[in-house]
Design a protein around this ligand. Structure first.
Ligand code: SF4
Length: 339
């Protein structure tokens, strides 16, 4: 009996990955959709109405599905990207290469014949420019077995095409950022409703998250980077009070509860008799830093217009109370400190 052709396709759930999977599946290939989690997404790969996950999409496409969590091994890619960062702390080309290496490992594990992705030549500035795609091909270790069905006609034929596993004539030659060709193909293949939100899910492309991450990099360097601090980067307002002191102020009750587990070994700032204002301080705080942090917390509290406020400052077992004036809401120092 003839061996069935098998392929591993990166399946983020975005339209391009869905189209690529549908095109390859249509050629009778046994496809496994692979969702790779770096640890820097909120795992909300779901449709706009929240009703469908990537796994549901894989089911609807009639393909197998697998999730790989690469959080631990991803740190090297994130901290030491060979090709640098995009606009924020997104090491997109290195990240993409990493994902292809993971897919290549799974290809071997599962005895598959090739890997494919939904990349389109010239679609994204960092990872998908044609020459960078060539670099990615060489460095992936599976050169010749990495197929881009949506742009294949603009790229050299791959082994699955040359060996007749895939009919090249049925692949596409999409280029650039336009979406019309993809939307038309989605209608043609009847998969226009199967894409789920995926691309915008990565924190690393978020400017605020990137600034906070860079601040940690500046403070600790790459070799001592405090990995366990990164979940905190997504909570509250962040301020650099001094070279050694950082303050995170909760914006609401939900964030207050999210900050509480981080209290141990850090400063806590709480207003006396005023509900809802809470902050934690990381690093070394001088007396001036404690005053400035307290005044800043006052500015973000319901007591911001009061002449003076009382702030309870604690560090593990030591507690003190200080009375200060909240910072004026127009004070330019606030924006200077904001991360
Ligand atoms: S946006 Fe995030 S997940 Fe996507 S390639 Fe860039 S770094 Fe990786």
């Amino acid at each position: 009996m003839e061996k069935k052709v098998k392929a591993i396709g990166l399946l983020s759930g975005g339209l391009d990955s869905v189209l690529a999977a549908a095109l390859i599946k249509e050629q009778g290939v046994e496809v496994t959709g692979l969702l790779i989690r770096t640890g820097f997404t909120d795992h909300k790969e779901v449709s706009a109405d929240g009703k469908r996950t990537v796994e549901d999409t894989a089911k609807a496409l009639g393909i197998k599905f697998r999730i790989e969590n690469i959080q631990d091994e991803y740190w090297d890619t994130l901290l030491y990207p060979k090709y640098g960062y995009g606009k924020n702390v997104n090491p997109c080309l290195d990240c993409h290469l990493h994902m292809i290496r993971v897919a290549a490992r799974i290809m071997k594990e599962e005895g598959a014949d090739f890997v494919f992705t939904g990349e389109v030549v010239g679609q994204r500035p960092k990872s998908q420019l044609a020459h960078q795609m060539k670099v990615a091909l060489k460095e992936s270790g599976i050169e010749g077995r990495l197929l881009r069905p949506l742009s294949a006609l603009r790229l050299a034929p791959t082994i699955p095409e040359l060996e007749g596993m895939i009919d090249r004539k049925k692949l596409k030659g999409f280029i650039g950022r336009g979406r019309t060709a993809q939307l038309n193909l989605a209608r043609e293949l009847g998969v226009e409703d199967l894409a789920v939100a995926a691309g915008g899910n990565c924190y690393l492309i978020n400017r605020e998250y990137g600034d906070r991450f860079k601040d940690l990099l500046e403070q600790y360097g790459k070799d001592n980077f405090p990995k366990s601090e990164t979940p905190l980067l997504r909570i509250g307002r962040h301020f650099r009070i001094s070279d050694t002191a950082k303050l995170v102020i909760s914006r609401n009750e939900e964030e207050y509860y999210k900050l509480l587990p981080y209290r141990s070994g850090r400063y806590s700032f709480e207003l006396v008799d005023v509900i809802g204002a809470y902050a934690i301080g990381t690093g070394k705080f001088s007396k001036e830093d404690i005053h400035l942090a307290s005044r800043l917390l006052g500015r973000y509290s319901k007591a911001k217009s009061e002449e003076t406020i009382k702030v309870l400052v604690s560090l593990d077992d030591s507690v003190s109370e200080i009375e200060i004036r909240p910072l004026d809401i127009q004070d330019p120092i606030i924006e200077k400190m904001r991360i």
